[in-house]
Unconditional design. Structure first.
Length: 551
């Protein structure tokens, strides 16, 4: 029950660190509360709506009543299984924009600019589409994380991209390459027809080494002696025991559980800890604060032609898709169906994209409920850099009690301005000639909703989380009172303790967070090992007229 490094959480970042630290000859113990990822519900890409809605694989977190969304409580799924949220997510792979990382570096996360993180994205990737367009110079070819693309054989995928070009937006061969801005094919973490989670990419190979082990248990707190983290107290099989760390304890338990664990361990806002009668070891005001997420709506359109995935959306159709996947790992089951993407700027003066599109050739909700109209398609659309900030706080000193989560969604006027723009720009794309053979009518919001007030009402009622919580253990300069970890991922004020997962993001990145979370694990491993990859001198693309033109 001891190792050089004890990692809490076998999620996207934790798996990457287990792999790299054990590869370097260090002994590693990974603590994970969830169980196995075996079985088709996780491994079959098209089944993605199932594990996210199962208590066996999901922590089941919910937000508090969100005051600016009519008091709705939004679900906040987090993976409780090896692979963490990479085992229950939509498998969409986005690095984020170069501008995101420049902002990190400028806000105090020195050494995390785009030139610093790009080599880690390349190291972690095994890019499979170099012959299909894309940007091979910008991509990695022999990393553990396989990244591929869907077949895009439904005509709606190319119609959506063509319509965007007709509306004046650029096409991009590879939004993870030099140019993110524009429309084109979407990347996914799928390999050989199955979900390529962090467990498949990193943890399972690491566990084959003698110096890496996995312990199933609930982490209760970090054990700190004389200002130094020396282990983790866990509960398993009804018994409480301590897993000792000879070198360091690393929290990679998610943007919800990492701050919760810090606070249970006496690291956090002193007044809040005192309310729960927790002894204060380090008064860090930023722990649990700075919570961010992406909100999105599903703009749904009824389709004139019976070509959507709805034709498979019945018991027999699903059985056929499932059987083909089980026996051959091919067919519709082998894709997450998010095969076309877009990144645009909401207005002139925005330096890089702040709206993202996931296009889907079926009108369906994340919980698997199809639209009543039958054949349809949808664009998931939402702003990328909301100024709203929320917090994760304790409800109790009991480690089994869920934390209080308030995202504070849509709490600024800018949120509403950006979201209305996203809806109107989407309508404009769907109105182009390339979509005319397919567009029957708008299902939601519905053509009747046009004014600001009408769109606001729709957003208030229908906006959903894109499940990208982050920021609650912000990385920054040591003298920044709101920072929780320094640029080496070390918790400020405690020795031998690091945090490395999406909680350390100073600001949310552009797009889905699994890629940046794995990169964080990769880069944190090098900080722990006292080494780093040479910075890149690649020049990313920014729209030359961003100051004066929206497209």
């Amino acid at each position: 029950m001891q190792a050089d490094y004890v990692i809490v959480g076998a999620g996207s970042a934790g798996c990457a660190m287990a792999y790299r630290l054990s590869e370097a000859g260090k002994s590693v113990l990974v603590i994970e509360h969830g169980g196995t990822d075996a079985g088709p519900l996780i491994q079959m890409p098209a089944a993605l709506s199932y594990p996210m809605n199962m208590s066996m694989y999901d922590w089941g977190f919910k937000s508090a009543s969100e005051p600016y969304l009519g008091g709705r409580q939004l679900v906040c799924p987090r993976g409780k299984v090896i692979g963490g949220s990479s085992s229950i997510n939509g498998m969409v792979y986005v690095r984020g924009h170069a501008g995101d990382y420049e902002h990190w570096a400028e806000s105090g996360a020195t050494g995390w600019g785009y030139a610093d993180v790009l080599p880690y994205f390349k190291r972690m990737e095994h890019w499979h589409e170099s012959g299909q367009g894309g940007d091979p110079e910008w991509r990695g070819t022999d990393g553990p994380l396989h990244v591929s693309r869907g077949p895009r054989d439904n005509p709606l995928h190319s119609a959506f991209v063509d319509a965007a070009q007709q509306a004046g937006y650029p096409a991009t061969d590879d939004y993870n390459g030099q140019q993110q801005e524009g429309f084109g094919p979407m990347d996914m973490t799928v390999h050989g027809g199955q979900r390529w989670s962090a467990a498949n990419a990193y943890l399972k190979p690491a566990l084959k080494r003698d110096n890496c082990d996995l312990i199933k248990g609930l982490a209760r707190r970090v054990v700190i002696e004389n200002g130094r983290a020396v282990g983790v107290e866990i509960e398993r099989g009804g018994r409480v025991q301590v897993v000792r760390a000879n070198a360091e304890v690393i929290l990679a338990a998610s943007s919800i559980n990492s701050p919760k664990l810090l606070m249970l361990s006496g690291i956090g806002p002193a007044a809040h800890l005192a309310q729960h009668e927790i002894n204060v070891i380090a008064d860090r005001a930023g722990v649990g604060q700075n919570l961010q997420d992406h909100l999105e709506v599903y703009m749904q359109v009824a389709c004139k032609q019976p070509i959507t995935l709805y034709k498979h959306f019945n018991l027999l159709g699903k059985a056929m898709v499932g059987a083909q996947w089980l026996f051959t790992k091919t067919g519709l089951g082998a894709s997450n169906q998010f095969e076309s993407a877009g990144f645009i700027r909401s207005r002139a003066g925005v330096q890089y994209p702040d709206i993202q599109y996931h296009f889907l050739p079926i009108a369906v909700r994340y919980d698997g409920q199809a639209a009543a109209e039958g054949h349809g398609f949808q664009a998931h659309v939402g702003p990328m850099r909301s100024p709203s900030r929320g917090a994760v706080t304790l409800t109790s000193a009991n480690p089994k009690a869920p934390p209080h989560i308030l995202f504070n969604y849509m709490s600024t006027e800018q949120d509403w301005v950006d979201f209305r723009a996203a809806l109107r720009l989407t309508r404009e794309i769907f109105a182009q000639d390339a979509m005319k053979p397919f567009v029957k009518h708008e299902i939601q919001p519905g053509e009747v909703l046009q004014s600001d007030d009408e769109l606001d009402g729709f957003i208030r009622q229908h906006a959903e989380s894109a499940y990208h919580p982050c920021g609650t253990c912000k990385m920054g300069a040591v003298d920044d009172p709101s920072a929780v970890v320094d640029p080496e991922c070390r918790v400020i004020g405690v020795d031998g303790l690091r945090v490395a997962d999406s909680s350390i993001f100073p600001r949310i990145t552009n797009g889905n967070l699994n890629g940046p979370s794995i990169m964080t694990g990769e880069k944190a491993s090098d900080h722990i090992l006292g080494r780093s990859l040479a910075a890149s001198n690649a020049e990313p693309w920014f729209h030359p007229e961003w100051q004066t033109a929206q497209r």
